[in-house]
Design a protein around this ligand. Structure first.
Ligand code: SF4
Length: 365
């Protein structure tokens, strides 16, 4: 696997032999984009932060909390040194005063891997690990900053963007674990921007993290995880949407985008014919009710109403008008929520109602 290659400090040495401006140029030319889901060009993000005035900070977002996503955990366990090297390259290119690794609260047992890697690269003074308290919303870039500053982890208004006013109102760059690992790897030969890590789980006998090139067909990828039984649908994680099984569909951002779902952080949950889409959607909606930070009404109240409606449907008490209401509220939450968590919290319902409406209707009285 490319992502498991060790760089042994050589990438940092190579980066330091270049000017920070040249390093940023190299990242820009590489075509590396964010691997946390949004896919923003990494070099451009670095350039915005470097050009802003004030003390610079770098945050490594290790708050991986979406159900079905576990690729960052895999990197932290298997190749933490390369990740730390990527962070140090970022600090050099941005002239950052300090870097923070914001580690998901439930990943407390991974702290030792990061500590060992930081010590190995003698970066104790430069990099600090901060453990979250278990809130999914702290994976959102402005909530992370509030949490690091010691405030409640809720999103801030954008603009100003973190590259202008981030931590303590200073320019801050936030990159995901996989992105920063690839920063170190791209200084090596044979790096290819199209290789991605896919977290595959659900109705499979061999769940895990698989590295494959974007453009692979669904069939070829899923075979590696050994599906159990006949596949009915694929979910791209809690926020990515659900589409019917199509063995020849190509996995890239554009093709999946056309279905109404999003490839995001390359999470794939396999759903077999035995499983009910309505119950699956109810599980995801309950997750969002639990994780909504409560700041805005559409997400806080809307998702709560959706669970009530889904309970009515699964109990056989709903009418077809309730399904229309379910759809209306889903679109409303998507369009009116304050942050990306709320805006993507109903993608699963919108896509499930597009492709599997009959399953919902069959449960009505
Ligand atoms: S959409 Fe609103 S309530 Fe939901 S997490 Fe974001 S700010 Fe909080």
């Amino acid at each position: 696997m490319i992502v498991l290659k060790k760089t042994f400090g050589n990438s940092l040495k190579k980066a330091k032999s270049m000017s920070p401006k040249k390093v940023i140029e190299k990242i820009k030319n590489s075509g590396l984009t964010g691997r946390g889901g949004a896919g923003f060009p990494t070099g451009l993000k670095w350039e915005f932060t470097r050009k802003a005035s004030g003390e610079k900070y770098l945050i490594c977002n290790a708050d991986e909390g979406e159900p079905g996503t576990f690729k960052d955990k895999f990197i932290i366990q298997k190749n933490p040194e390369t990740l730390v090297e990527g962070i140090l390259i970022g600090c050099y290119a941005l002239s950052a005063k300090k870097a923070y690794i914001y580690l998901r609260g439930e990943y407390f047992y991974l702290k030792k891997y990061l500590q060992r890697a930081i010590a190995k690269l003698k970066a104790e003074k430069k990099i600090k690990i901060i453990s979250g308290a278990g809130a999914y919303i702290c994976g959102e870039e402005t909530s992370i900053m509030n949490s690091i500053e010691g405030s409640r982890g809720i999103p801030r208004h954008k603009p100003p963007y973190p590259a202008q006013k981030g931590l303590w109102q200073n320019p801050t760059c936030i990159n995901n674990v996989e992105t920063l690992t690839n920063v170190a790897l791209l200084f090596n030969k044979n790096w290819n921007k199209n290789y991605r890590l896919f977290s595959i789980s659900g109705n499979v006998a061999n769940p895990g993290v698989f590295e494959e090139k974007l453009g692979i067909t669904m069939d070829k990828l899923i075979k590696k995880a050994k599906p159990k039984g006949k596949i009915k649908a694929i979910s791209f994680g809690a926020a990515g949407g659900i589409i019917p099984w199509n063995k020849s569909i190509i996995l890239n951002k554009e093709r999946i985008g056309k279905t109404g779902a999003t490839l995001g952080s390359c999470t794939i949950i396999v759903i077999s014919e035995k499983h009910c889409i309505v119950n699956f959607c109810k599980n995801i909606t309950e997750f969002f009710v639990h994780e909504s930070c409560g700041k805005c009404t559409p997400c806080r109240e809307g998702n709560y109403r959706l669970v009530q409606l889904l309970n009515k449907i699964t109990d056989g008490r709903a009418s077809k008008a309730d399904i229309r209401l379910l759809e209306d509220i889903s679109y409303f939450i998507r369009d009116a929520s304050f942050c990306a968590l709320g805006q993507s919290s109903t993608t699963h319902l919108i896509t499930a109602l597009k492709y599997f409406k009959k399953e919902f209707q069959r449960k009505c009285r």
